[in-house]
Write a protein that binds this ligand. Sequence first.
Ligand SMILES: C[S@@+](CC[C@H](N)C(=O)[O-])C[C@H]1O[C@@H](n2cnc3c(N)ncnc32)[C@H](O)[C@@H]1O
Length: 246
Amino acid sequence: MNSSLLDRLPPPLPPEQIIALNRPKADLHTTRAYSWNGWDFEVPPGVFIPGATSRMIHQRVLDDEIDVRGRVYAAMGVGLGVEAIVAGLRGAARVHALDVHPASVAATEAGYHRIVGTDRPTEFLPRVGDLFAPLPDGTRLDVVTFNPPAVSRPVSEDPDIVRNVCAGTPVTDAFFTQLAERDLLAPGGEVFFIASNTADLRHIIGHAVHEGFTAHIHHLHDWNDGVLTYLFRLTRESGATEENSR
Ligand SMILES: C[S@@+](CC[C@H](N)C(=O)[O-])C[C@H]1O[C@@H](n2cnc3c(N)ncnc32)[C@H](O)[C@@H]1O
């Protein structure tokens, strides 16, 4: 089943097109403004400003299509923190807000306390670190989202742009490997992972399958400029690997 899904995924767009589509904005190192769902945010320097791809996850958490209610949720690469905020409002049992970038985690904390507040039952756990490293062994996650810096071509040498946009398959491979090796997904757990054909989708999802995940295309968006964005839903039975899940 998964090999036919892999065959259906498009190869990466030509490098010139990827680079043209992802021309870095000059303002990443400034304070910017972002508004969504009636909320206004100040976006500190270096923090990723959410885009239409981000909102494909944010809106679905808000609408319970990505259902975090009463569940343990990890917002990987949380950036400004919108998905963590929405999960707190929707009533997640616990929100792990994770990012390698300290200013992103600080922005998430500030937004969460301002918009969600502290009088809700959700346990909010913001942590700085590489992928799942901040989570103690034995952590079990019901829902994970990740809008990764998966672009397959280096569109800049600026380390903040690389971290936000184009770290590529080393980060996405490590994401699935850590989830699998540390058995971090609870039974029935779901990973919502978003990436486009500016990334090497066959490699990324092929690696996830190798790590024992089953991948489904939850949603496909055609931007009519050659870019196809896939929201994948991946599941994994405990102990599954490519060899023993066939
Ligand atoms: C494309 S942005 C997404 C931000 C936010 N989730 C959104 O959708 O607007 C990617 C995020 O992943 C974070 N990131 C990159 N590498 C990471 C790593 N190794 N561990 C944790 N977070 C990482 C970046 O700092 C950035 O905030």
